[in-house]
Write a protein that binds this ligand. Structure first.
Ligand SMILES: Cc1ncc(COP(=O)(O)O)c(C=O)c1O
Length: 392
């Protein structure tokens, strides 16, 4: 097929309630949609890039202010915008990890963390999860000791998910930080599923870095994100270039090495900034989101044979559910096989569950209204009853 450049409307968002596990927190606000159009030209944010020539100093549009305000909001000392959470991991690993260094991550770490470790020549060492699918301070301490004994050196970095992508569980960050700091290991908090949807306080958690994903949880276009650091590490990660042209003698001012000079331009940074007021407001309404998550999860677990594999009652909107003994049993004898489930959901105006999956799958209820929540909950029950599954 040839790309003609003509783009259809995106039905998923226009016509359906979307419970896709990764998309919920990244939907743009109306303000971001307006900003995206206004700043759609490539270098549009550079109209007023005056000395010093760097993205985070631009005051019109208020990019400098966003950097200050967003750092404050996360209770961290300094912040930069980055093209996705993964680029935040990359900047930190590239600054702190040397070839052959052991680096601590967890049994629930995202692949992009592993990629950043590999790029820097580090050796990934995972903290195992416990029987409740949690990463604990005790397990972290034990693993750190083991790794130091094995490699004969202290890991330069530890990554931990605030909320992991497999279960949507919230982990004991304070306990893990306590363990890491006993060995002077800095902690990077992966806030891909927390920054922008729930309250996050870097100083209260005690972390050294926070990484957030704009397109996952801050109502921003992709690829966007934030990297925040505390004062102790800011100078290292946000160091400026010292290289000089050996023939021309040129120097390059205050460009930051890990940021490749400047990062987000145009649509991405302006979408992130335009959504920021709404994002700050919505994290204060987290309790309501959790309530909606519980309503839907309760509906699913009221279907005989269905097991919630995430923490219960839910504390987050991302949930992993096991329907092997319920919807998958129906699928075995259904003419549409596993596709019956997504097709029944679609008939009811719901999308986001991978077509064909009826065994273990994830959904995210973030951003649903109460009416939509009740409709999704009732739909799961109805599909079960229509297919002779008992609902308690
Ligand atoms: C837990 C987690 N961390 C990091 C990432 C990467 O985020 P980004 O796409 O912003 O680089 C993802 C994306 O799926 C994720 O689920």
């Amino acid at each position: 097929m040839k790309c003609t450049g003509s783009i259809d409307t995106r039905e998923v968002e226009e016509l359906y309630i979307n419970i896709d596990p990764i998309q919920a927190g990244g939907r743009l606000t109306n303000e971001a949609q307006k900003a995206v159009i206004a700043y759609s030209d490539g270098y549009s944010v550079c109209d007023n890039c005056l000395k010093p020539f760097r993205l985070d100093y631009i005051r019109k549009p208020p990019i400098a202010e966003f950097h200050e305000d967003c750092a404050k909001w996360l209770n961290m000392d300094q912040l930069r915008v980055v093209p996705g959470a993964r680029r935040g991991f990359q900047a930190v690993a590239s600054s702190l990890v040397q070839k052959g260094d052991p680096v601590i991550l967890t049994a629930l770490s995202h692949y992009t963390e592993f990629v950043s470790v590999e790029q820097s020549g580090g050796i990934p060492c995972e903290i195992p999860k416990d029987e409740n699918n949690h990463i604990t301070g005790d397990n972290a301490a034990e693993r750190i000791e083991e790794v130091i004994a094995k490699f004969g050196k202290t890991p330069p970095l530890l990554y931990v998910e605030h909320v992991d992508y497999q279960y949507g569980n919230i982990h004991d960050i304070k306990g893990i930080v306590k363990a890491a700091h006993q060995y002077d290991i800095p902690v990077l908090l992966n806030g891909a599923y927390s920054v922008g949807v729930m309250p996050v306080d870097g100083k209260a958690l005690g972390v050294d870095f926070i990484v957030g994903s704009g397109h996952k949880s801050m109502a921003a276009p992709a690829p966007s994100g934030v990297l925040a650091a505390n004062e102790e590490y800011a100078d290292v990660v946000f160091r400026t270039i010292t290289a000089k042209g050996d023939v021309t003698g040129r120097t390059f001012g205050i460009k930051e090495v890990e940021m490749m000079g400047c990062t987000l331009m145009g649509v991405t940074v302006m979408g992130l900034i335009a959504s920021f007021p709404e994002v700050q407001k919505r994290v204060t309404e987290w309790d309501r989101e959790v309530e909606h998550s519980r309503i839907i999860t309760d509906a699913l677990t009221s279907i005989e044979g269905t097991v919630c594999q995430s923490d219960s009652p839910r504390e987050h909107t991302l949930t992993r559910i096991n329907t092997i003994e319920s919807f998958d049993k129906v699928a075995q004898n259904h003419k549409k096989r596993g596709y019956f489930f997504s097709s029944e959901l679609k008939k009811r105006g719901i999308t986001g569950v991978i077509p064909g999956s009826t065994r273990v799958w994830k959904y995210n209820t973030y951003g649903l209204t109460r009416k939509q929540t009740d409709h999704v909950a009732a739909s799961f029950r109805e599909i079960a009853e229509d297919n002779c599954l008992s609902v308690i």
